[in-house]
Design a protein around this ligand. Structure first.
Ligand SMILES: [Zn+2]
Length: 580
């Protein structure tokens, strides 16, 4: 028996209400128009979609893009075309003519937008080459989406050279027939991810009808809904639902995070100033598709756009990827990875006679055997104190690491020096090392043996898992924790600023969803900068107040001799410095 398909029944619909609610000032219209133009998306799209012959469009490309950003800036907006129609209908005729829309007919806005949106997305789906700023550029949806968010990244109040990368689920609007089971997910991974806590609970929720497979996509993966790009994937737990399988897309985000300013790769680290957690690059990919293929080109394109990205903190899902797909291409593009090695990466490999590779890092083979490991890592939710007890062994081991001495050169080759020659350890067998500070720990070398055979050259292929700070150390924990800013962005997109849940977008397919999500990310970035600036101003005010209180509590020379004779400057008296 075939099930009755509800969608096949024809139902009468009430006419859509496109009445406008909000008025923009002409100043706001012009400011946003400047941002639309600064994104650089208009020229290639206009060349492709606007023809001088034929009936003029009810909605211009500029008005369309403007409306997506105007809607995307609103807190708690929905990514619906009807919202764009309402936005345009709220403009006065003179404001509309600034966007190239003349003889506006309110009742035609929705249809005009919808038609243009479909044509734009069809064009972006195929992609084309256009000359942009004198260079041939491939115009496709990833280019469009990331160009569109560029104006929200101009004039940031604080910038860094580091990003944290993670993905978040965007369920498809398409209806799923039945339920997707854990075993049905055909995700593409270099290594199978172990079951996360919670997925077992999902499996036991009673007998459900297995999701109906509508077709198999060109990638060989199952298609469950009318959304031809949506696939099955895993998502992690949130406050409102457990971890488990879902059908849809994965939104990969590169979120700005603080830099590591200095560190000793053991237990000392200094992070740079706070920065707003804006999204610097993004990409929407079918759920369960290969993470590196979805994201590495996006990061490299972001660098080519002029963003300085040197350190990429990746979350656990990415650590499963083989070096050929993740670490090597990023390293070649000048990006260092900070990550938590996975179980299969935490092994010991003989390397050279004086070097042993442990978890991908070169260590002196004189490292005491009890530290060869694998050393236990603290469980995910440990407190700082609990972490420190685990880290003690990692910190002791880190002193035995070969330290990067030079490189990488153009081919990725690096040079490394032994721990005794680089001053991490002292040894009686190496008399020059004994001149070092007495705080430097002593290492025992076997009778008659030297510490090393000199500086070694290592090719990039030999050190695919190398990190500046060895995983497991105290400095690494603090550096790796910089990934948490992605939670900030996820929180903003999943409730704080908007809520990208199943009905947030009522369009299907990667291209259409990306075009609308780009405007949402643009809006999130502006909101993020506003919140950051407000927080900084509040902190400044608190500091100033504290300084004023401190000034009152004077003692010593000042109390005895009065303010005039203590001079200005370092004692904190005299006029405040001008505001930066
Ligand atoms: Zn040596």
């Amino acid at each position: 028996m075939t099930p009755v398909r509800r969608s096949a029944r024809i139902r009468a619909r009430a006419p859509i209400d496109a009445t406008a609610h909000r008025r923009f000032t002409t100043g706001e219209v012009l400011t946003l128009q400047r941002q639309v133009r600064a994104s650089g998306v208009l020229q290639p799209l206009q060349d492709r979609l606007e023809h001088s012959i034929g009936r003029p469009r009810a909605v211009t490309v500029e008005a369309f893009v403007w409306a997506t950003l105007a809607n995307g800036k609103q807190r708690h907006h929905q990514g619906h075309i009807i919202e764009l129609a309402r936005t345009l209908n709220s403009l006065t005729p003179s404001q509309l003519s600034l966007l190239g829309v003349n003889d506006h007919d309110e009742s035609q806005t929705f249809d005009g937008l919808d038609r243009l949106f479909n044509e734009l997305c069809d064009a972006l789906e195929d992609g084309w080459d256009a000359v942009v700023d004198g260079a041939v550029t491939r115009i496709d949806v990833d280019w469009y989406g990331n160009q569109l968010i560029q104006p929200s990244l101009a004039n940031l109040p604080a910038t860094s050279r580091s990003v944290a990368v993670d993905d978040t689920d965007v369920p498809t609007w398409g209806a799923l027939h039945g339920e997707l089971l854990e075993g049905d997910v055909d995700a593409i991974e270099d290594y199978p991810e172990p079951d996360e806590a919670g997925s077992a609970a999902v499996k036991r929720r009673g007998r459900k009808r297995r999701a109906r497979v509508l077709s198999v996509g060109p990638d060989g993966r199952k298609v469950y809904t009318k959304d031809k790009d949506a696939r099955g994937g895993h998502r992690s737990a949130t406050n409102s639902r457990p971890a488990g399988p879902y059908v849809g897309h994965a939104l990969h985000l590169a979120v700005q995070t603080r830099d590591v300013v200095s560190h000793n790769a053991i237990d000392e680290i200094r992070l740079g100033p706070d920065v707003p957690p804006v999204v610097k690059a993004f990409s929407l990919a079918p759920a369960g598709s290969h993470r590196a293929k979805a994201f590495v080109p996006t990061l490299i394109a972001a660098k080519e756009r002029g963003h300085v990205i040197e350190d990429v903190v990746v979350d656990r899902g990415y650590s499963y990827l083989r070096a050929e797909t993740l670490a090597h291409p990023l390293n070649r593009a000048g990006m260092h990875l900070t990550f938590r090695p996975m179980k299969h990466q935490r092994n010991v490999q003989p390397f050279r006679d004086d070097i042993v590779l442990i978890e991908g890092q070169p260590f002196s083979s004189h490292l005491p055997k009890n530290l060869w490991g694998p050393l236990p890592m603290p469980p995910m939710s440990s407190s700082d104190e609990e972490c420190e007890t685990y880290e003690e062994a990692f910190n002791r081991r880190a002193r035995y690491r070969f330290q990067r001495h030079a490189g990488p050169d153009a081919e990725g080759t690096t040079r490394h020096r032994c721990p005794i020659h680089s001053g991490l350890l002292r040894s009686r067998q190496v008399p020059t090392s004994m001149r070092a500070n007495r705080d430097v720990p002593l290492a025992e070398l076997p009778e008659g043996e030297t510490c090393c055979n000199g500086i070694v050259s290592v090719s990039a292929a030999e050190l695919p898992l190398w990190q500046r700070i060895p995983a497991g150390t105290t400095a690494w924990r603090i550096s790796f924790r910089r990934r948490l800013v992605v939670e900030n962005a996820n929180g903003g997109l999943k409730g704080g600023f908007v809520n990208i849940e199943r009905k947030f977008l009522r369009v299907m397919g990667r291209v259409k969803m990306t075009v609308l999500l780009a405007a949402t990310i643009f809006g999130y970035n502006l909101e993020c900068i506003r919140a950051f600036t407000a927080k900084m101003a509040a902190e400044q005010a608190t500091k100033k107040a504290a300084k004023r209180t401190r000034k009152k509590r004077v003692s010593g020379w000042t109390r005895l001799l009065g303010h005039e004779q203590t001079g200005q400057g370092e004692t904190g008296f005299g006029p405040d410095p001008p505001l930066a």
